[in-house]
Design a protein around this ligand. Structure first.
Ligand SMILES: [Fe+2]
Length: 345
């Protein structure tokens, strides 16, 4: 009975969530409803979000050079070689090596993602990294990719493959992050080869073709019961058969030189490439997931960025406290900085 009343009280919240980035087919019974999705709810959200994002891309088009924009929309990602010079790379690696501030790690299968957020305090004493974090040409491109003026979150990150025993890394399966375009970017600080798990993308899978829409429609009706553990949360996995059914090519690992910038629309299918155990890659990483159902690109104020980072830090500390009470470990748990920075600069 109590559960029934709670469900009734939650209905307005679930309805409002339909016009937010909420994506879980499991926790929102409207988003997960097979009936509503058979009637086209998921597809309506996909199409409406896409219409808004195209308008925002149009407004922000001066922020990315035309040839790069064409690449971005044709392939789902843009590759800008030699974005950083050898000297800048060397300086950033040295500054990263000298980092002693808060560093966190997430373990997924046998893979560890280690990172520190580029807050004002973490940027102290790192002049080259600070100047990169405020580089107008970089931020402009990232804002265009995200179709949002909101400042992206910036990190230094190392992906360590085969870091521990455990199952396969779920991020190595091709997936779409959510139902609308979102931006992730990698400015690689070390060379990336096929051996150290290159960023992998299904070229052209960012486009909303009729086959992709048909696949989304089918998947939306069964997603809440999908046992892969991620599709039910709104991040659809696509295997080789799915890609073939959508007339998409095989995933492609982007082996690139240090200093290369890659900006991707992670609504397209992507993942981490397979890697040799013990192999890793170091990168400057950016992320932005603006709310999809707004026509205007938001505001570029730096206080928004500071607020975002404070909220994130507060969230992590809260997770730390909860984990400590349960005698367990938060999903993004603290590690000694040296565990990430034990490399030759
Ligand atoms: Fe992803």
């Amino acid at each position: 009975m109590q559960r029934h009343i709670k469900s009734i009280l939650m209905i307005p919240v679930w309805i409002v969530a339909l016009v937010t980035p909420a994506k879980s087919f499991k926790s929102n019974p409207l988003i997960g409803s097979s009936l509503l999705n058979a009637l086209g709810l998921h597809i309506a959200r996909v199409l409406l979000a896409r219409a808004f994002v195209w308008f925002r891309w149009f407004v922000l088009s001066p922020l990315m050079p035309t040839n790069e924009r064409k690449q971005f929309h044709r392939n789902g990602f843009v590759v800008v070689e030699e974005f950083l010079s050898e000297d800048q790379l060397k300086a950033i690696r040295t500054e990263t090596k000298g980092h002693h501030g808060e560093t966190r790690q997430m373990l997924q299968g046998d893979t560890a993602t280690q990172r520190f957020l580029l807050t004002e305090s973490n940027l102290e004493g790192k002049p080259t990294l600070s100047s990169l974090a405020n580089n107008g040409k970089l931020l402009g491109r990232l804002r265009y990719g995200a179709a949002s003026l909101m400042p992206p979150l910036l990190y230094i990150q190392r992906i360590r493959n085969g870091h521990q025993g455990g199952g396969a890394d779920p991020q190595k399966n091709m997936h779409s992050d959510t139902f609308h375009p979102t931006m992730k970017a990698w400015l690689f600080l070390e060379d990336v080869s096929a051996a150290n798990g290159p960023f992998t993308y299904v070229r052209g899978s960012n486009r909303l073709t009729t086959k992709r829409l048909g696949w989304e429609y089918q998947r939306s009706q069964s997603a809440k019961a999908n046992p892969d553990g991620y599709s039910e949360k709104g991040s659809f996995r696509a295997d080789a058969n799915d890609l073939q059914a959508m007339d998409l090519p095989a995933p492609e690992g982007l082996a690139v030189k240090a200093g290369t910038l890659v900006i991707a629309n992670t609504n397209g299918f992507h993942g981490r490439g397979q890697a040799e155990a013990g192999a890793s890659r170091l990168e400057f990483w950016a992320y932005s997931r603006p709310t999809p159902f707004i026509p205007l690109p938001g505001f570029p104020f730096s206080w928004i960025s500071r607020l975002q980072m404070s909220v994130l830090n507060w969230h992590w500390r809260r997770q730390d406290a909860v984990a400590a009470r349960k005698n367990s470990r938060a999903s993004w748990h603290l590690i000694p900085a040296e565990e990430m920075t034990d490399f030759k600069p």
